[in-house]
Write a protein that binds this ligand. Structure first.
Ligand SMILES: C[S@@+](CC[C@H](N)C(=O)[O-])C[C@H]1O[C@@H](n2cnc3c(N)ncnc32)[C@H](O)[C@@H]1O
Length: 347
């Protein structure tokens, strides 16, 4: 997936084709602008203030308690980026904003946008990280509760959308009764499997801070009686055994290769014979050619925030084969097109 420059009208089309338009300046300026403007609008509640219909800039400012002139400027930027429609001093939500950027509701990406807002801070140190190779430990102890809340809620809003497709398409060979969701945090992937399989109970294993917020989300999803938590570092805590399914979703990119291999062996030990491991993770293209914006940026982001990287599918397959899994299958998903889902059967 890539972002591109879309010219407005004939003159801009010609300018772009002529090679005279400084395209890096366009992407640097408006790429930064789009991200920051949407994060600010979500944080200030601007989209929600327009949920009921068209309002003037003054009415929006009054509703969210902001300065009228500053609000007008923000609304103009949102209009320019195509997220609001404008008629004089009146604004209404464009379809994309209505679909994704209102609070509440199954499709709301509001929490995910707030989480991206937190990531902005981390990117201010990018030059240092590249210069000295010094990166952070994203999951370090002592982060404030607000970080964990935004992290878990942000990932949950995305997982709610993908979990239905994943639970439907993961080849499990029959309805499972028990599932271990390693580093499952918010619990929304477990909830998706529980919805699909009424006889299923799930256990989510994660760090205590993540589990505290995950439990709240699981309760909000009405799944508290079917999803329980084990708190601890996955490298230290007991995983249990005899599970029908073990999920390892978006955790391999947080681990060293040695720990990744070990995690797959540990998953095999936690499964009953014939049980299924399901791995979902961002994939790094192993090919030598150009990367997509998504693949390249994911790489950098994992490096910056955690000192880790996305793995090629072949490397992940190697982890599964090395741990003795058989019948490997890989699937691409409509709801998570940047990731690969790999499954294997425990001997
Ligand atoms: C990128 S999130 C993925 C969450 C969820 N599986 C998903 O796919 O949306 C990584 C998760 O791994 C957890 N995690 C990171 N290091 C861990 C460790 N050493 N032990 C247990 N959980 C860990 C984090 O708390 C977080 O919930």
């Amino acid at each position: 997936m890539n972002l591109g420059i879309v010219p407005d009208g004939m003159l801009e089309r010609i300018a772009l084709a002529s090679g005279l338009l400084p395209t890096p300046l366009v992407t640097v300026t408006w790429g930064m602008g789009l991200s920051r403007v949407v994060v600010a609008a979500v944080n200030l509640g601007v989209f929600d203030a327009l949920a009921e219909g068209e309002r003037s800039d003054q009415e929006v400012a009054l509703a969210v308690g902001t300065d009228p002139h500053g609000t007008r400027m923000l609304l103009h930027a949102l209009n320019g980026f195509g997220l609001l429609r404008r008629r004089g001093d009146r604004f209404r939500l464009a379809p994309d904003a209505r679909r994704w950027l209102l609070s509440g509701g199954k499709r709301s990406m509001v929490d995910a946008v707030r989480f991206v807002g937190l990531l902005w801070e981390q990117f201010t140190d990018l030059e240092d990280a590249v210069r000295h190779g010094v990166t952070q430990d994203f999951h370090r102890p002592g982060r404030p509760a607000e970080f964990w809340r935004a992290y878990m809620r942000g990932l949950a809003s995305f997982a709610r959308i993908a979990s239905g497709e994943i639970a439907r398409r993961a080849p499990l060979g029959g309805p499972p009764r028990s599932l271990l969701d390693v580093a499952g945090g918010h619990g929304m992937y477990s909830a998706g499997f529980c919805r699909r399989f009424p006889g299923l109970r799930a256990t989510v294993l994660d760090l205590p801070d993540a589990a505290d917020h995950g439990e709240v989300l699981v309760a909000e999803a009405g799944m508290a009686d079917r999803i329980s938590y084990v708190r601890g570092d996955l490298r230290e805590v007991e995983w249990g055994e005899g599970y029908d399914v073990v999920l390892l979703f978006n955790i391999l990119h947080n681990l060293s290769e040695a720990d990744g291999r070990w995690a797959l062996e540990r998953a095999r030990g936690a499964l009953r014979p014939g049980g299924t491991v399901v791995v979902l993770d961002s994939e790094h293209s192993a090919a030598e050619g150009d990367l997509s914006a998504a693949a390249g940026f994911n790489e950098l982001m994992f490096f910056l925030i955690n000192g880790t990287r996305a793995l090629p599918e072949e490397t992940m397959r190697g982890f599964l084969l090395g741990a003795g899994f058989t019948g490997l299958k890989s699937k691409r998903l409509l709801t998570v097109p940047l990731a690969v889902m790999l499954t294997g059967r425990a001997p």
